[in-house]
Structures are given as C-alpha cells and as structure tokens.
Write a protein that binds this ligand. Structure first.
Ligand code: ROI
Length: 158
C-alpha cells in the first residue's frame, strides 16, 4: 500500500456538500483505505476574483491502485458529481487532485506528481500541515518550513 494525499476543492453547488460526498466516494474506492481528512477551509480564489470563494481540504489515503488508476477513479468521482468547469482558472463543482503518491516523482502526460504548484498554495499547504505536520517532501523540503510562508493566511475553518 502506498500513502497518497488528495486535494479537494469546490466553489459551486454547495461546496462543502461536494467535498463531503467526494469523501464518501473516496472511502469506497477499491483497494484503498481512507486514513484522514483535514478541516474544510474557506479560501479566496486563486485566479479570477469574480468567482465564489472555494472550500478546500486534503485527504490522506493508503492505496494499492497505481497512480493512473487512482487518477481514473478520482476523475470518475468528479464526473459522477456532475463536474462543471466554466473557464480556465475559474469556478468548478469539484476538483480532486493527487498531490503526492508515496515518494514517487511522476511526469506523465496525464499526471504530474508532486502537484506542480502545491508548494505555493496555502489551501493545500495549511490543510496538509494539519494532518501531517512532520511531513518531508520527496525532494527533501520540509512541510513545516513551507507552512511558515502562510502563517498569516486568511482562510477560515468551516
Ligand atoms: N482557488 C482556491 N482557493 N482553491 C482551489 O481549489 C482552486 N482551484 C483551482 C483554481 C482555479 C486555480 N483556484 C483555486 O483550480
């Protein structure tokens, strides 16, 4: 079993409901054990500001699925929850991104792991910090050090 972290985000159609039903679907994934989820955070949009605030969280799982099978399953969940994405960097019903998959570095046309921009996103780093404060990234960076960049973050736990 490989430990993986999944970022959840939504800013349409009652975001916290979207996250809750995605978490139920993640709990039911084949060959996968659900370990933990962070609090839900309300965050200002990264991208165009004329869109609703997001709700974000990070989940920890253990899985025997390959990275691409896990991606397929997460995309299925996005689609089953009626995913809409109105524009690039714009509002969406549900985003499920694989942040990390063990210590693997993956550069595939469908999948880049670690997530290419996770170090810069407070709505990823702060929830991850909540569930894994001692985490060290595959490149040796310490999560706790990155989190110092966001100590004055404006996200509210909801
Ligand atoms: N902004 C926030 N706050 N949270 C997200 O999950 C999120 N997801 C996105 C973009 C459009 C980049 N902005 C976001 O995909």
């Amino acid at each position: 079993m490989i430990t993986a972290y999944v970022a959840l985000g939504s800013n349409l159609n009652t975001p916290s409901k979207q996250l809750n039903s995605a978490l139920k679907a993640i709990e039911n994934l084949p060959q996968t054990r659900f370990i933990a989820v962070s609090s839900f955070y309300q965050s200002k949009p990264l991208g165009p500001q004329d869109q609703p605030d997001y709700v974000n969280a990070v989940a920890k799982i253990e899985t025997a699925l390959s990275p691409l099978s896990l991606l397929d399953e997460l995309q299925r969940i996005e689609n089953e929850q009626g995913r809409v994405r109105l524009r690039r960097w714009g509002e969406r019903t549900l985003d499920l991104d694989i942040l990390l998959y063990g210590n693997e570095i993956i550069q595939n046309e469908r999948l880049i792991i670690p997530h290419y921009d996770m170090y810069n996103r407070e709505f990823v780093i702060i929830p991850l910090m909540e569930i894994e404060p001692d985490f060290i990234f595959p490149d040796g960076k310490k999560l706790a050090e990155l989190a110092l960049n966001f100590i004055h973050h404006s996200m509210k736990k909801i």
